[in-house]
Write a protein that binds this ligand. Structure first.
Ligand code: FAD
Length: 300
């Protein structure tokens, strides 16, 4: 388990998952079921979003604790700085570590609903690089760990909306590497070359940490539009049309697209794949099964 995190050579491509806290009791029950299946697939880690999708932050901590106490998966905590003071962040990090979770995805976070990028609360928030420094300080104050606590950051193959050029994104990613990031996970994208050319340029500029491509097998046209807005790119026209032809619901098309994208990425040198699950296990496990990455076979 956790091949990527322990550094031993993987015998086959590895994978990890992202989930978000449930927004209702019924959704929490379904999520408990899904994470059992995800965990049984033996991922390197399962990351839990923070403050995103309107979900509250205590719910993120509860989900991290659930993963820690009820599954064999390694939980990785997303943490955002927007609207937080350094002291509040320190307390939050201590709280997460007190729960036995030591791995973080350090993010600035999106502005809260109704606020813009130029809002003083957003502009005045610590950056992701400052968050990496705060995490390192908190780690140094605590008893040494028996396991490795890793720090992860976000990368944007098609550019962060605030960035003016690819080289700015690459410089910023290298600054995160300099502040202690051990690997990066990308924003969603549709075309293998977006990732491969970004990583190649970043390597030339001095990036040496692994960059995990983030993929999501979409089930519906609405999800496809959501991915397009996150990717900052139009959805592939053929996929969009085929999905519409199925009445806007076609999980098998999303799986097929993700499988072929993952194949190109792994053949192009991606170290592993990070799957955005949308809190469902069926599609992401179907992708891994098609790629022949599931051993041992998960339950169910
Ligand atoms: P930063 O790394 O701080 O900066 C983002 C961009 O701003 C940089 O790429 C760069 O273009 C520019 N920039 C900022 N400062 C500088 C500088 N000093 N010099 C040059 N350029 C600069 N959001 C949530 O709210 N919750 C989540 O759980 C969550 N999970 C995510 C997981 C992944 C894998 C990804 C890719 C994104 C996630 N997000 C989440 C969204 C993320 O918070 C937003 O994209 C946010 O706008 C940027 O966060 P960041 O940490 O990448 O920002």
């Amino acid at each position: 388990n956790a091949t990527l995190l322990t550094g031993s050579a993987p015998t086959r491509a590895r994978f990890s998952f992202e989930v978000f806290p449930a927004r209702s009791g019924a959704a929490a029950l379904a999520l408990g079921h899904a994470v059992q299946h995800l965990s049984a697939a033996d991922p390197d880690f399962i990351s839990v979003t923070y403050g995103a999708n309107g979900s509250n932050r205590d719910a993120s901590l509860d989900l991290l604790k659930y993963l820690r106490n009820n599954t064999t998966a390694l939980p990785l905590a997303h943490l955002t700085t927007v609207g937080e003071s350094r002291e509040a962040l320190r307390q939050t990090i201590h709280g997460i570590m007190d729960a036995g979770v030591h791995d973080f995805l350090a993010l600035r976070g999106d502005p809260p609903r109704g606020a813009s990028e130029s809002d003083p609360s957003v502009l005045g928030s610590p950056s992701s690089v400052e968050l990496l420094e705060i995490i390192a300080q908190v780690r140094a104050e605590r008893p040494p760990l028996t396991s490795v606590g890793r720090t992860v950051v976000a990368a944007y193959p098609n550019g962060h909306p605030q960035s003016r050029s690819r080289s700015e994104d690459i410089d910023w990613l290298i600054a995160k590497q300099g502040a202690g990031a051990q690997f990066a996970i990308t924003q969603l994208f549709f075309r293998a070359d977006d990732y491969l050319s970004f990583v190649a340029e970043a390597r030339d500029a001095g990036l040496h940490i692994p960059v995990l491509p983030g993929l999501m097998p979409v089930s519906t046209s609405a999800q496809l539009r959501k991915v397009a807005s996150l990717a900052g790119q139009p959805a592939p026209a053929e996929l969009e049309h085929e999905m519409e032809a199925e009445g806007g619901f076609a999980p098998e098309l999303g799986v097929e697209y993700a499988v072929s994208l993952a194949r190109e990425l792994l053949e192009g040198g991606a170290p592993s794949i990070h799957l955005y699950t949308f809190n469902r296990h069926e599609q992401v496990l179907a992708v891994l099964r098609e790629l022949n990455l599931l051993t041992p076979s998960p339950v169910g």
